[in-house]
Design a protein around this ligand. Structure first.
Ligand code: SF4
Ligand SMILES: [Zn+2]
Length: 146
């Protein structure tokens, strides 16, 4: 990382925040390697700058940035006080107001805009409501095969 703030960050001069790909294979390995370093981010006032610089989702980053542990650009662990405020302002796109719009925000390391958040919530609720129906159908299908 570059920038004057990086010299004042708690992780300045430390290594192991983005382990070499040869050193791990699974997300669990990465967690074992990096998890202890998440503590450095706890008092760090530069989490937003860190995420904006690394752009972990876009870069498919593996390692620690902004109080989160990322694997292939997805958060697999995080400090308990991380906040969406640490992500960039959402850009509004034609896909806003849909679940795909919400995914675009995430892929671009942005906060999810209110209409995309609402759309994602509704899709989630619909999936939850459909789950029992699907399970019932599977049981019926299974019963029909015996
Ligand atoms: S958020 Fe964590 S990784 Fe990023 S600069 Fe701060 S201490 Fe370093
Ligand atoms: Zn949106």
């Amino acid at each position: 990382m570059t920038g004057a703030w990086t010299l004042r960050a708690p992780c300045s001069g430390q290594d192991g925040f983005a382990p070499n790909q040869d050193a791990w294979r699974t997300a669990q390995d990465l967690k074992r390697l990096c998890q202890a370093r998440l503590g450095y981010c706890k008092p760090c006032p530069f989490r937003a700058e860190c995420i904006a610089t690394i752009k972990p989702s876009q870069a498919k980053f593996d390692g620690i940035a902004g109080g989160r542990l990322w694997c292939d650009g997805e958060v697999i662990d995080a400090l308990d006080d991380v906040s969406d405020e640490e992500l960039a302002e959402p850009k509004l796109r034609p896909s806003c107001g849909t679940e795909a719009g919400a995914k675009s925000h995430t892929r671009n390391d942005e906060r999810i805009c209110p209409s995309c958040r609402q759309a994602a919530r509704e899709m989630d609720a619909r999936r939850q409501a459909e789950k029992p129906k699907r399970q019932e159908q599977l049981q019926l299908d299974f019963a029909g095969t015996t």
